[in-house]
Design a protein around this ligand. Structure first.
Ligand code: NAI
Ligand code: MG
Length: 359
């Protein structure tokens, strides 16, 4: 099991260090090698994704990624900005399926902005398509309008498009994921207005014929946004396009309390994956030993489950995280009256100790 470790900037180095210690505590045959990425790589090599870092990632089975970015790089030309590193990795690794689970731990029910009864026991999985949609569709640009409401005016345009194979492969991923869970897929579209998403709906329905054991429901995106805060537990697996997925997965992540708890995985067709917390580099708390490392630790669990098929080891990490939360330890972002505040390192220590106990 070869893992490229790319901590990046800000809290990235602090939280990835803890996830690495957790992986080491499992005593599996794992080979880990680190490289600079993002602003850290720009400082050292003049580029956010140096050739050597990209090669390390391409040659590995999986990438453990921290976060990149800092306000101080905002004035750089776009290709040199830290965020280009993550876009470059997605592109070169062909990562097309983004998994973002939203799980509410019983101990953190009070941290959500929703009523406890709405989110207690919440366990949903948003699957976002990553390569297509209006993000990459050509043509795009600016021009002078020749028609429309204001001919002769300056205008901008993007193109929403999806090919059949792109929709098919993400639909298969969703149905297969649902098979291992509660056997329900909600496909989110805007088929009533957009041809791209009528096509999406038709293709998902066609693929569904191969999964008669899984229930398929179609939902318009505006209704899905509403249902996510009204009755989120009605969902199991949600599959959608790049843009709706970006928005809905951020919405879903907030149901659970802190962004410091939320892992993610991005996979390609060979099950190679990039695993990272859903949050960014948090420059406001970087270097202070305050960041919550659990999102990154849980991302490492997803890596073991998805890329390496090490279900037992993944379960052990997740059980360790639950037991640490049950024992009342909290980083600042999830702290509440009556619980015990710990640092980034302290939280890592506790998870490692819980894992070691279960060997
Ligand atoms: P952010 O996620 O870094 O921070 C948002 C807020 O959440 C901050 O108050 C931060 O302190 C807090 N937070 C985030 N992670 C935390 C953790 N593990 N424990 C405790 N608190 C945590 O988003 P923001 O502030 O919008 O962006 C900061 C930088 O990160 C920017 O340069 C942005 O471009 C970059 N970014 C990078 C991403 C990536 O590497 N994939 C994703 C999102 C943002
Ligand atoms: Mg987003």
């Amino acid at each position: 099991m070869k893992i490229a470790v790319l901590p990046g900037d800000g809290i990235g180095t602090e939280i990835v260090a803890e996830a690495v210690r957790v992986l080491q505590a499992l005593e599996l045959p794992i080979e880990m090698e680190s490289a600079l990425v993002g602003g850290a790589a720009y400082e050292a090599h003049g580029h956010p994704l140096p050739e050597s870092t990209l090669k390390l990632a391409m040659d590995a089975d999986a990438v453990l990624f921290g976060a990149v970015g800092d306000w101080k790089y905002d004035k750089l030309d776009r290709p040199l900005r830290p965020e280009q590193a993550i876009l470059g990795l997605r592109k070169h690794l062909g990562l097309f399926a983004n998994f973002r689970p939203a799980i509410c731990y019983p101990e953190l029910v009070g941290a959500s902005s929703l009523k406890p009864e709405l989110i207690a026991g919440l366990d949903i999985l948003i699957i976002r398509e990553l390569t297509g949609d209006i993000y990459f569709g050509q043509p795009r640009g600016r021009r002078t309008a020749t028609d429309g409401h204001f001919p002769g005016a300056e205008e901008a345009f993007d193109t929403m498009r999806y090919s059949k194979p792109e929709i098919e492969r993400i639909a298969h991923v969703a149905f297969q994921a649902a098979r291992k869970r509660n056997k329900k897929v909600t496909s989110v579209d805007k088929a009533n207005v957009l041809e791209t998403f009528q096509f999406w709906k038709d293709v998902v329905t066609e693929v569904h014929a191969q999964y008669p054991d899984v229930e398929l429901e179609h939902m318009y995106v505006d209704n899905a946004a509403m249902q996510l805060v009204r009755a989120p537990k009605k969902f199991d697996v949600v599959v959608t396009g790049n843009m709706f997925g970006d928005i809905l997965s951020d919405e879903a992540s907030m149901l659970t309390g802190s962004i410091g708890m939320l892992p993610s995985a991005s996979l390609n067709t060979k099950n190679q994956g990039l695993y990272e917390p859903s949050h960014g580099s948090a420059p406001d708390i970087a270097g202070k030993n305050l960041a919550n490392p659990l999102a990154t630790i849980l991302s490492a669990a997803m890596m073991l489950r998805f890329t390496f098929n090490q279900t037992e080891a993944a379960d052990r990490i997740e059980r360790a995280v639950s037991s640490v939360l049950a024992s009342g330890l909290r980083t600042t972002d999830i702290w509440s009256e009556g619980t015990t505040k710990v640092s980034t390192r302290g939280m890592g220590d506790a998870v490692v100790a819980a894992i070691t106990k279960t060997i």
